[in-house]
Ligand binder design. Structure first.
Ligand code: FES
Ligand code: FE2
Length: 303
C-alpha cells in the first residue's frame, strides 16, 4: 500500500467525533479531539475492537466500545493503551492523512495557501472498481484528452520532479475555436489555456487551469479500498480575487458540472478497463510512465 498523503473524507462526511477510516484494508480511525481532527490506528490494543465503531472521545483519549478501556491517541507519553497517531491535515474541504512522514511532499502548505486565495468546494465523490492509480494518472495522461474529452488537440505537457518530491506537470491545452468562419483570414483561431498539475502522492493531485496568478483549481484524490478499487473525491476551487471580480455561484457550479462531465467520460472507460493488461507504452505515454515510477517511492512493504 501507499503511505503518502491520502484523502480519507470530505467535510460533509465528517459527522460525529469518531469515524472509521479504511485505506486499502488498513484499519484507521478519525477522531475529533482537543486539537481538531487526527487520524490514528483504529484497532484497540487491548483485544482488537475497532475504535471507529462505537468509540467515544473523552478529553485526549478514545474510550473503546468493547471493554471501555481508555486508549491514548499517539504514543508520545506512557499509557497502558495507545494507538499510533499520524500527521493529519484538515484543509480545503477534506481530511488527509500521511502514514509515513518520510513521504511528506508539502501538501499541507499547498492546501492551506489555496484556502487563503480560493473559494474551495468539495464537488462530488464516486466509488470505482479500478485501483486509485488510474484516477490520478488520468490527470496527466496527455493522449486521452482528445479521445475521451473531445479536445481538438493533444496538450503539450512536460514533467519533472521538484526538490520537495512533487511530480510536476506543466504545459497548455490548445483548443481550435469552433467558430472559425467568424474570424478574419490569418487570425489566430487557437485558444490556449495554461495547465499544471502537482502530484503530491500516488493518490492526490492538484491541477490548475488558467493564468498562474488566478487559476481555477481541481483537487483529485482517490482512496484505495480493501476490495482493490477506490473512492474518488473531486474538490474545485476558484480564485477569490481576479481582474473580473469575485467568482459567482454560477461560475462555481459550472466548474463543478464541468468536472463532473469530464469524470463521467472517464468513468465509461474505467468501468470496462482490463487492468490485468501489461501496457505497451508509446512515446505519448511518457507522463503516465513518470507517474507510475513516482508511485514506487511511496510503497510500504509488508503493511
Ligand atoms: S478491545 Fe478495546 S477495551 Fe477491550
Ligand atoms: Fe480524463
Amino acid at each position: 500500500m501507499y503511505v503518502g498523503w491520502t484523502q480519507v473524507a470530505s467535510d460533509s462526511e465528517l459527522t460525529g467525533e469518531v469515524l472509521p477510516v479504511d485505506i486499502a484494508g488498513r484499519r484507521l480511525v478519525a477522531v475529533y479531539g482537543d486539537s481538531g481532527w487526527v487520524v490514528c490506528d483504529g484497532t484497540c490494543p487491548h483485544r482488537g475492537a475497532h475504535l471507529g465503531y462505537g468509540g467515544r472521545v473523552d478529553g485526549s483519549v478514545v474510550v473503546c466500545p468493547f471493554h471501555g478501556h481508555r486508549v491514548h491517541l499517539g504514543d508520545d507519553r506512557p499509557a497502558l493503551f495507545s494507538v499510533t497517531r499520524y500527521s493529519t491535515l484538515h484543509a480545503a474541504g477534506g481530511l488527509f492523512v500521511l502514514l509515513d512522514d518520510a513521504c511528506e511532499t508539502g501538501l499541507s502548505r499547498r492546501l492551506l495557501a489555496l484556502s487563503r486565495t480560493h473559494f474551495v468546494k468539495p464537488a462530488f465523490q464516486r466509488t470505482l472498481s479500478i485501483p486509485a492509480e488510474y484516477v490520478i494518472e488520468n490527470v496527466v495522461d496527455a493522449d486521452h484528452f482528445a479521445a475521451v474529452h473531445a479536445l481538438t488537440r493533444r496538450p503539450r505537457l512536460s514533467v519533472f520532479e521538484d526538490e520537495a518530491g512533487v511530480l510536476r506537470v506543466e504545459g497548455s491545452f490548445e483548443m481550435v475555436r469552433p467558430n472559425k468562419w467568424q474570424v478574419e483570414e490569418g487570425a489566430d483561431t487557437t485558444a490556449r489555456a495554461r495547465f499544471s498539475a502537482e502530484v503530491f502522492s500516488p493518490t492526490v493531485v492538484v491541477s490548475e487551469l488558467g493564468s498562474a496568478d488566478a487559476p481555477n483549481v481541481v483537487i483529485t484524490a482517490a482512496t484505495p479500498t480493501a476490495e482493490g478499487g477506490c473512492v474518488a473525491r473531486v474538490t474545485v476551487a476558484l480564485p477569490r480575487q481576479r481582474a473580473s471580480g469575485a467568482p459567482t455561484v454560477r461560475e462555481l457550479s459550472s466548474l463543478v458540472s464541468g468536472s463532473r462531465t469530464a469524470f463521467d467520460q472517464d468513468t465509461v472507460i474505467w468501468d470496462h478497463l482490463d487492468t490485468s493488461v501489461t501496457p505497451k507504452y508509446t512515446e505519448g505515454d511518457e507522463l503516465v510512465r513518470a507517474y507510475r515510477a513516482f508511485c514506487q517511492r511511496f510503497v510500504s512493504v509488508g503493511r
